[in-house]
Each structure stands twice: as structure tokens, then as C-alpha cells.
Design a binder for this molecule. Structure first.
Ligand code: ATP
Length: 193
């Protein structure tokens, strides 16, 4: 059993997230990918705009119809800063036979040395890094490159920041995130759309 875990703020989930997860699932022949919305990212200066349950719900809408994808709400339920090492340890204990893969973009990989217990993260899971747009994933100093695998995804220069900005300005989000997410944003007046 190969389980992909994909942590993020998902504020909101977008095409870049979905493509990353699908590309990694295919290339690494993962049995499943679990999206793990963070309650809050300890390395981001400002907290998420949408609340945890809303971000989980948007991910649920975005992945619907893909039997290999699921959303794991444990970090949102736990609350407080979300540390990958804690979540990985829990998932590893629950799935002793599984091989874990932690998926991330190039920007997250370059931040890895600043995470809580990065060595333990790399013991618990193989890190899978993808390019972010045209920016290639590079293993930062101090990170064991043997525990990192690279997957190339079609450059997709979409970010949640851009989506929030576009929503606030009343610009189109179409094709940047699934239609069901856009409908949800409208419904909840999120990001002042
Ligand atoms: P924000 O703009 O609010 O900082 P974001 O778009 O970076 O958000 P996150 O939820 O913080 O989204 O990202 C979760 C993970 O997805 C991170 O590992 C990040 O590198 C990766 N990721 C996000 N967007 C892309 C993208 N367009 N291409 C590749 N990886 C991405």
C-alpha cells in the first residue's frame, strides 16, 4: 500500500494542487492521495482566510469523483499550528504496512529545514517534490537527498493568493479551480467574491 499525503492550507484549493496530486499518484503508482488541510501553517505569517471546515469542504468538492483522492480533516480538528511530523507519525501508526509519501511543491521543499523535526519527517515518509510553475524543486542544504523523489508536473502558475486576489477583485476563477469550488465561494461570500 502506497499512500500519498498532501499537506497544505488550500485557501482555496486550486488546479495546481489537483494536478500535483494526480501527477504524483500516477508516477509513483500511489494507491491513494489524502489531502491534509492544515489548521494553520506555522511558517505562514498570516492565518488562512477561510476557516478549516470551509477549506476541507472545498477540497472535498474539488476531488469529488476521484476514488483515489480523499480529504483527511485531522489537522483542522486538532487545531493550532499543524506540524507535518505529528500527522505523519499518526498516519504511520495507523497504517503500519503502508509506505508513506509526502507531496509538496518546490517552495515547500526549500522551507523543509525550518519545519519541526525535518529529519523525522524524512524517516516517516519519502518526500516527493514537484516544480512550482517554472521553478524546479531543489533539495536544500541539510536535507537528505536520498529521501527525496522528484516528479515533473506541467508548469501551472496558479496560487491560492492569486485566487483570493482575483475573487476580491471580482475577476474570473474559472478553470483555475473546479466549478464546484467557485460555486461554494459564491455561496459563502468567501474572499468577498
Ligand atoms: P498561498 O498562495 O496562499 O501561499 P498556495 O497556492 O501556495 O497558497 P498551499 O495550500 O500553501 O497553496 O500549498 C500546498 C502545497 O501545494 C505546497 O506544497 C505548494 O508548494 C504546493 N503548490 C501549490 N500550488 C502549486 C502549483 N501551482 N504548482 C506546484 N505546487 C503547488
Amino acid at each position: 500500500m502506497k499512500i500519498g499525503l498532501f499537506g497544505g492550507t488550500f485557501d482555496p484549493v486550486h488546479l495546481g494542487h489537483l494536478l500535483l496530486a494526480e501527477q504524483c499518484r500516477e508516477e509513483l503508482e500511489l494507491d491513494e492521495v489524502r489531502f491534509l488541510p492544515a489548521a494553520s501553517n506555522p511558517l505562514k505569517e498570516t492565518g488562512p482566510v477561510a476557516d478549516g471546515p470551509q477549506r476541507c469542504e472545498m477540497v472535498q468538492f474539488a476531488i469529488s469523483g476521484n476514488p483515489a483522492f480523499s480529504v483527511d480533516r485531522r489537522e483542522v480538528k486538532r487545531g493550532g499550528p499543524s506540524f507535518a511530523v505529528e500527522t505523519l507519525a499518526e498516519v504511520a501508526a495507523e497504517n503500519p504496512e503502508a509506505e508513506l509519501f509526502f507531496l509538496m511543491g518546490a517552495d515547500a521543499l526549500s522551507d523543509l529545514p525550518n519545519w519541526k523535526e525535518p529529519e523525522r519527517v524524512l524517516e516517516l515518509a519519502t518526500v516527493v517534490a514537484v516544480n512550482r510553475g517554472d521553478v524546479p524543486a531543489v533539495v536544500p542544504d541539510g536535507v537528505n537527498a536520498d529521501r527525496v523523489r522528484f516528479v515533473a508536473m506541467p508548469a501551472c502558475d496558479v496560487s491560492a493568493t492569486e485566487l483570493r486576489r482575483r475573487a476580491a477583485e471580482g475577476l474570473s476563477l474559472r478553470y483555475r479551480t473546479p466549478a464546484a469550488v467557485i460555486a461554494y465561494l459564491h455561496d459563502k461570500y468567501l474572499y468577498r467574491i
